[in-house]
Design a protein around this ligand. Sequence first.
Ligand code: NAG
Ligand code: NAG
Ligand code: NAG
Ligand code: NAG
Ligand code: NAG
Ligand code: NAG
Ligand code: NAG
Ligand code: NAG
Ligand code: NAG
Ligand code: NAG
Ligand code: NAG
Ligand code: NAG
Length: 525
Amino acid sequence: MPPIFTVSLTSPSALLLLLPFFATLVSLSQGFVGINYGTQFSASPSAVEVVQLLQRQSITNVRLYDANGTMLQALARTGIQVMVTVPNTQLLSVGQSNTSASNWVKTNVLAYLPATNITAICVGTEVLTTDPNAALVLVPAMKYLRTALLSSNLSANIKISTSNDPSLILDSFPPSQAFFNKTWTSPVLLPMLDFLSSTGSFFMLNIYSYDIFKNSNGIILLDYALLNPLTPGNVVTDSNTLFQYRNLFDAVLDACYFALAQLNYSTLPVVVSETGWPSGGDTSDTDATPENASIYVSNLIAHILNNTGTPKRPRSPVSIFIMELFNEDVKIGSAAARNYGLFNASTLQPVYYLRLSNSGPLLANDTTTQLYCVAKPGSDSDALQIALDWACGIGRANCTAIQPGQLCYEPDTVQAHASYAFDSYYQKNNRVMGSCDFNGVAQVSTTNPSSGVCTYPGSSSNNTVNVTASNSTSNFTDIGNSTDINGNDTSTASLLLHLAPSNSLSQILLSILSLMIVMCLTSQF
Ligand SMILES: *[C@@H]1O[C@H](CO)[C@@H](O)[C@H](O)[C@H]1NC(C)=O
Ligand SMILES: *[C@@H]1O[C@H](CO)[C@@H](O)[C@H](O)[C@H]1NC(C)=O
Ligand SMILES: *[C@@H]1O[C@H](CO)[C@@H](O)[C@H](O)[C@H]1NC(C)=O
Ligand SMILES: *[C@@H]1O[C@H](CO)[C@@H](O)[C@H](O)[C@H]1NC(C)=O
Ligand SMILES: *[C@@H]1O[C@H](CO)[C@@H](O)[C@H](O)[C@H]1NC(C)=O
Ligand SMILES: *[C@@H]1O[C@H](CO)[C@@H](O)[C@H](O)[C@H]1NC(C)=O
Ligand SMILES: *[C@@H]1O[C@H](CO)[C@@H](O)[C@H](O)[C@H]1NC(C)=O
Ligand SMILES: *[C@@H]1O[C@H](CO)[C@@H](O)[C@H](O)[C@H]1NC(C)=O
Ligand SMILES: *[C@@H]1O[C@H](CO)[C@@H](O)[C@H](O)[C@H]1NC(C)=O
Ligand SMILES: *[C@@H]1O[C@H](CO)[C@@H](O)[C@H](O)[C@H]1NC(C)=O
Ligand SMILES: *[C@@H]1O[C@H](CO)[C@@H](O)[C@H](O)[C@H]1NC(C)=O
Ligand SMILES: *[C@@H]1O[C@H](CO)[C@@H](O)[C@H](O)[C@H]1NC(C)=O
């Protein structure tokens, strides 16, 4: 499978960085980053608009969940590599005979070649777990399709595979103990793996880190799920192999590698066909935020491009398709499942921005859109007050404008004042990853929160999306240290600052309460 990579070349250094990468595109010697194009949204962007968006974002590889002719035509002469899908509803008929498979290839593949660069066919999605009735025709369908490609001399250019849900892999922690559900081993998996291996293809696995994290009920750390750096004590060790896992993605992928090795396919490549993080959900999805989505996808892309591999297959390339281009607002399933998109299908605007060092804005390439940090709607006001005090104190945000009589004092609400302070902190820290979190009460926004006479720090003309990675100089968790770099007690400083707007007794009590909460928090760190 030819690698896929999506990048906008923003600077000569980014170009230099990528040259060695593109030089190795022909084999799987370097992991690729592609994108899924699901279509269960209510907006109706034309196929041409969608393809223009892919091109603007320098996306060179896309996976479709069907073989939509309008879309395939729009993708012609773009150089974008396309994986088409045989939908599960067509699997029974395609798997019937060589003739039906050959007809499918004629209609959905040959008709668009060579103008459209179709490089893979995904035969059904998660068939074994979602459509077990079709399981027994899966491998025959793959073989019939291959025969059809062979007879057109296309088998070298077009790979055939099928996507799998990780629930097919049992006992996946520790990864070294993982194995495939034995129900499917003999009837489907062994013939399938033999087919994939002998045709130079790859196994496809979906990795939904967010679902695994959420269902773990707090056992899995958010930072582990988001591929953030961990303290040594939080690195997870497989007691059999002593492999150290620094993120959930690698652990799930290694479980798959171990399960494959157990069936003697220890070198079969695995392409991660779906992975992402929802930017929204319902009230139970508190960690489905644009900020976390950006962190997950950005960290994951950096991890893939670094070619780190996993503990089981170090430096072995890993390829992924990000879930997904657009939010699918009419998709059946959880609210979170409707919020995996990088873009909004009706406005074609980014839902959030990715932040990657040295490679410029990736995928969300609109460098003119400005980013702000604001209080997350519905946040607890005590938690906001603590974060506000921290931002204006230790965080050294410029809180002058929210003092009484100043331009952003009105509306005099903790929500509005916190938003202003968060934005000041975020802009001062160059919008680096992690600087708009404040223990979960802040979120990145692309809407300018300025109103009337109050201008937010982020709306200065300097606020263009800056994806240059730099290290956050400080963190909200620094709240554990109540002195600033000068040794001044900033808890008091921020308390005084907070008291300034109003001297009413309730305000003073509230402030003392926040200080007490600060102290409680302090004792935890
Ligand atoms: C994408 O980013 C590059 C570099 O900033 C810029 O030259 C190009 O015009 C951008 N594309 C669009 C459509 O904004
Ligand atoms: C194919 O894609 C076009 C453009 O996205 C869409 O309008 C059309 O409904 C699709 N056709 C089918 C059969 O899904
Ligand atoms: C299609 O993609 C393959 C793999 O990268 C590449 O070798 C080939 O030149 C492409 N074909 C066209 C017509 O763009
Ligand atoms: C294995 O797969 C079968 C068939 O889908 C299913 O009934 C069974 O529950 C699975 N086993 C486990 C342990 O999940
Ligand atoms: C990049 O890969 C090297 C070598 O495998 C590894 O030491 C390093 O930690 C990786 N960096 C990141 C950011 O993954
Ligand atoms: C802080 O903000 C105020 C009001 O917006 C502004 O006049 C002042 O120059 C800022 N101070 C610094 C150090 O940026
Ligand atoms: C914006 O950029 C100009 C020139 O680069 C600089 O003088 C000014 O201080 C910047 N403003 C802010 C708020 O960073
Ligand atoms: C982006 O961030 C880097 C590192 O903090 C900084 O050097 C650079 O000036 C910033 N660029 C813009 C346009 O803000
Ligand atoms: C960021 O931090 C890492 C590790 O602490 C360090 O190796 C790297 O040089 C830092 N990068 C910058 C731009 O300061
Ligand atoms: C900032 O906070 C994040 C998560 O809350 C943490 O992973 C990261 O290590 C912290 N950074 C610093 C510099 O303390
Ligand atoms: C608090 O910060 C000061 C100044 O940076 C430092 O000297 C001190 O060790 C820190 N205290 C703790 C408990 O981290
Ligand atoms: C505390 O802050 C004041 C004013 O910002 C400064 O003059 C003083 O030197 C600081 N105290 C110490 C111990 O640095």
